[in-house]
Design a binder for this molecule. Structure first.
Ligand code: SAM
Length: 294
């Protein structure tokens, strides 16, 4: 069931717009995510995926084949439940779906404050709902872990850029206030989610989409050049990608650096979102290196 909240409604309506042909078009994304995850996924592992959504970019069957339990957590559990139905019947019993807002209501508080900014008696938007001390990582009520945790591996699957923007847009927050709200609240919100994921497993695979080509965006670098650079040197590709315009506040990597969490591996790939709209995806494995023989 989708709860009554701005973030849940905004994400559920986007997930419901899943168009025909998406699954075969995103096959290379599932392969890329599997290649990145495979070395960190031990047989019988307990795995959580946050932002599983429709599961079209997620190699869910391959993960379930290796793992003992896979928990799909999403603010829109209906989409995730549908994704499970596309997995081979024999593996489905290993997969659970849990409706969960990984921000624990922080996004809805930000959206509420931004929608009422300037109104008499309105909550102050600045720091009203989320921040390094009051965000999801430090709620102080035992909510620092994902439900069902701890896990052996957590995947944060393309949710970072979707935490705030869709809900602000659908709430009708004017563009200038939307930009200011995202600039102020987006970074702390992302950092809070990163902290929750790392409190829930020793290793986390973060998947995020730092830049888009098409959709009327004029980018100063070509996606092809970033991907070509990634073949030899992901670090160089990231430096090139940093020149592209995109939602920097939704990048989990600065939060990892800030928290001193080591990056174990990085891969970049092409996300052919719809005809004429392409995203760059950055996959980052971070956490504790596996000890020898583990
Ligand atoms: C772009 S989709 C990810 C793609 C998805 N894995 C797929 O293949 O369809 C982002 C997902 O993050 C989920 N999401 C957004 N905000 C969330 C939150 N606060 N808590 C949990 N899930 C959230 C959305 O419901 C959506 O399913």
């Amino acid at each position: 069931m989708v709860p009554d909240g701005a973030a849940a409604d905004a994400n559920a309506s986007r997930n419901a717009r899943r168009e025909r042909g998406r699954r075969p078009r995103w096959a290379s994304c599932r392969d890329a995510l599997w290649s990145l995850t495979d070395p960190h996924l031990a047989p019988g592992a307990r795995v959580a995926v946050v932002g599983a959504g429709n599961g079209d970019d997620l190699p869910l069957g391959r993960i379930a084949h290796r793992a003992s339990v896979v928990t799909l957590l999403d603010i829109d559990d209906a989409a995730a439940a549908e994704a499970v139905r596309r997995v081979r019947r024999g593996l489905r019993r290993r997969i659970r779906v849990v409706q969960h807002d990984v921000t624990r209501g922080a996004v809805d508080r930000v959206v509420h404050a931004a929608s009422h900014e300037g109104a008499v008696g309105a909550p102050a938007a600045r720091g009203a709902a989320v921040g390094p001390r009051s965000g999801p990582a430090t709620t102080g009520d035992g909510g620092t872990r994902l439900p069902g945790g701890p896990y052996d591996l957590v995947i944060g699957d393309l949710l970072y850029s979707q935490l705030l923007y869709p809900a602000l847009l659908d709430a009708g927050v004017p563009a200038d206030r939307r930009r200011a709200t995202i600039a102020r609240e987006g970074g702390p919100l992302t950092a809070g989610v990163v902290a929750v994921l790392h409190a829930s497993a020793p290793v986390v695979v973060h998947v995020h989409d730092p830049a888009c080509w098409g959709n009327g965006y004029a980018q100063p670098v070509e996606l092809r050049d970033v991907l070509d650079a990634a073949d030899d040197d992901p670090g160089e590709a990231l430096r090139l990608a940093a020149r592209a315009k995109g939602p920097r506040e939704a990048d989990p990597r600065p939060a990892l650096a800030e928290a001193g969490v080591p990056v174990l591996s990085t891969a970049l790939w092409h996300w052919p979102f719809v005809d004429g709209v392409d995203y760059l995806v950055v996959g980052t494995v971070a956490g504790a290196p596996r000890s020898a023989g583990a």
